[in-house]
Design a protein around this ligand. Sequence first.
Ligand code: ADP
Ligand code: AIR
Ligand code: ASP
Length: 286
Amino acid sequence: MFSMTRRRVIYEGKAKNLYEGPDPNTVIQYFKDDATAGNGVKHAVIAGKGVLNNRISAHLMTKLESIGIPTHFIRSINMREQLVRKVEIIPIELVVRNIAAGSLVKRLGIKEGTFLGRPLVEFYYKKDALGDPMVSEDHIITFGWADPYELDEMVAMAWRVNDYLNGLFAGIGLKLVDFKLEFGRIWGEHGELYIILADEISPDNCRLWDMKTGEKLDKDRFRFDLGDLVEGYQYIAQRLGLIPEGGIMKAGGLDEQAAEKLSVIENDLARERQLREIKPSKPRKH
Ligand code: ADP
Ligand code: AIR
Ligand code: ASP
């Protein structure tokens, strides 16, 4: 294990901090308990959130890797941290929607809960100062945020992620309403470019509704004051078999002992890929 004290903070985000990893190709994602909405306008610290998101994201990324989606996830380090492959983030938030909710309902007046029939893919430019505005494929290409090949690959991966996660969540009685993905670039030993899934997949960026009761279990609980956020996140983690039935909370906050007992999640496929890529270099001109 590498030294905890020599770590340098690379980035302080709203929900996560990034630290330097043990080698230059990696970073450590530290999942904070901070919850924000409206790009930081609303803010709270909610004990247990970071631990749950760390675990849920590690699990889902590993599952996606197993069906051939390349992800940044390497392994969990402890209850709040995971080791990931360092990427150059593509500044696009790709949203996939199966059921109308959130900004789609607000913007177009579609009734919340309307089944969309065909998954709807949307793009948002990742820029807090502008409130992450919605953009078209043409904006992305015109302004060079991604090239057409990268965009095609991102959309194709997003469809596969949607198919797979729809099935996975349906299997535990949850509806996957919508979600947001971020992708990043890495370069292989011969300068070849790969697009891989980055950031996190958790109830912070997926809408999940209980199939039977319709209860909202995701970050909308916080955004719209619908109920205890951690209760919703714990329910998802329990259904996924990631935490004990009794949960990981106790009166007054996180049950540190229960949380420390959670097993390590590893992505063997990503580790193998990382060993193959020895010398990252700049992309070649075509
Ligand atoms: P925000 O930047 O919106 O406040 P977070 O608090 O989640 O969001 O911060 C995590 C940041 O790390 C995000 O900006 C995300 O794009 C970036 N990121 C995610 N995965 C990686 C990765 N593998 N390498 C480099 N940066 C990453
Ligand atoms: N999302 C978008 N930006 C940040 C996040 N977390 C996620 C939401 C929701 C989906 O993208 O969590 O699952 C669509 O969000 P909205 O607000 O556009 O309806
Ligand atoms: N991710 C954004 C924020 O943290 C928007 C949201 O999730 O509502 O403010």
